[in-house]
Design a protein around this ligand. Structure first.
Ligand SMILES: NC(=O)C1=CN([C@@H]2O[C@H](COP(=O)(O)OP(=O)(O)OC[C@H]3O[C@@H](n4cnc5c(N)ncnc54)[C@H](OP(=O)(O)O)[C@@H]3O)[C@@H](O)[C@H]2O)[C@@H](O)CC1
Ligand SMILES: Nc1ncnc2c1ncn2[C@@H]1O[C@H](COP(=O)(O)OP(=O)(O)O)[C@@H](O)[C@H]1O
Ligand SMILES: [Mg+2]
Length: 287
């Protein structure tokens, strides 16, 4: 049995290092995000914004065509394709470092077909972040997981669907047993999120109720996608740093705000990451 470790700010400096001078966009990873049906276009826009603002070299969103104009208008830095164009999607996925699937994907036959296609294409050295609707689809359709560096990012109800553990029974012991069966990294998101790996359990000890608003998890999924694509040494450490950064920025903003909008967290990422990457020992804080 492993013991619970509090996640500390040290993870940020360990992962977010200064950019090498000899570099180009390809140096900082390729992230593909798949989601956003005709109801949940905002989810894929927020996840994609987070991936861009967290410094991924190249970001592409695969989404319902209804979202393409909005995505291009809001986020010209990202490329966009139709998520049902499987030829284009296959090419994109083959060169991705990380893949985020699920924000706003929905639970229809089309959503399931897309998720199955992604699972079929992914390869072992890629990081696959399974979020939102994709978690529910895996649970409801008992999908077999592909061989990849898999990270699940469920909220408590999504975790109940995936693990079969009722929210009231989601204790550390029960969750660890379910994680071991899955064999993947699992972030059970809530106030003081817990992260389960094959070796360890971590707890986030920062964060604020100002984060309790739609799109907050979509944004986290995008940051996890960005950090795992960009900081390739250890995908689990990169994911831990993403969780920490997401809530650290939220806390800073919540000092002066009743609610923190997901897109505000993304907007602060470049400044926050710059400050972390500085060699001196200034306290964390970007304002
Ligand atoms: N702007 C957009 O496009 C947005 C699109 N989004 C996309 O929508 C898709 C569906 O995701 P979802 O999370 O909204 O719905 P679902 O999986 O059914 O879970 C909700 C059910 O679980 C329950 N519940 C219990 N505990 C809970 C907890 N701790 N945290 C959360 N819920 C908890 C909850 O209980 P209740 O609130 O009724 O008390 C309710 O019954 C997904 O793809 C996502 O990416 C969203 O990100 C929003 C912004
Ligand atoms: N009261 C709270 N305190 C701290 N963090 C919270 C709180 N409520 C929600 N969060 C965080 O907000 C995010 C919500 O994720 P999720 O439910 O998937 O949102 P969405 O699907 O709407 O984007 C998680 O990172 C969770 O830890
Ligand atoms: Mg979510």
């Amino acid at each position: 049995m492993t013991s619970l470790q509090a996640l500390s700010a040290d993870i940020l400096k360990e992962v977010i290092t200064p950019r090498p001078v000899q570099s180009y966009k390809g140096t900082f990873g390729r992230c593909v995000l798949i989601g956003g049906n005709n109801q949940f276009g905002g989810a894929i826009i927020m996840a994609t914004m987070a991936a861009v603002y967290a410094g991924t070299g190249l970001v592409t969103a695969a989404t319902d065509p209804i979202n393409i104009t909005a995505l291009r208008t809001r986020l010209p830095e990202a490329m966009v394709i139709d998520y049902q164009d499987f030829n284009q999607l296959a090419t994109l996925l083959s060169s991705a470092d990380s893949i985020v699937v699920g924000p706003g994907l929905g639970e229809t036959e089309t959503s399931l077909k897309i998720l199955k296609f992604v699972f079929n294409q992914v390869h072992a050295n890629q990081c696959l972040i399974i979020d939102g609707s994709a978690i529910t689809l895996v649970a409801n359709h008992h999908l077999t997981l592909p061989k990849a560096q898999i990270i699940f990012t469920p909220h408590e109800m999504e975790w109940q669907r995936l693990s079969g553990i009722a929210i009231a029974d989601q204790t550390e012991v029960n969750n660890q047993a379910a994680q071991a069966k899955l064999g993947a990294m699992v972030m059970v998101k809530k106030h003081h999120t817990k992260i389960y790996t094959n070796q360890d359990v971590y707890q986030l000890t920062i964060g604020t109720p100002a984060q309790a608003t739609g799109g907050m998890g979509d944004t986290l999924a995008g940051i996890v996608g960005a950090f795992t694509a960009q900081f390739r040494t250890d995908y689990q450490k990169s994911a831990l740093a993403a969780v920490y950064a997401h809530s650290a920025i939220a806390e800073e903003l919540a000092a002066n705000q009743y609610v923190v909008l997901p897109t505000q967290i993304s907007a602060q990422l470049p400044q926050f990451m710059h400050q972390i990457s500085q060699p001196d020992e200034r306290p964390i804080g970007f304002i």
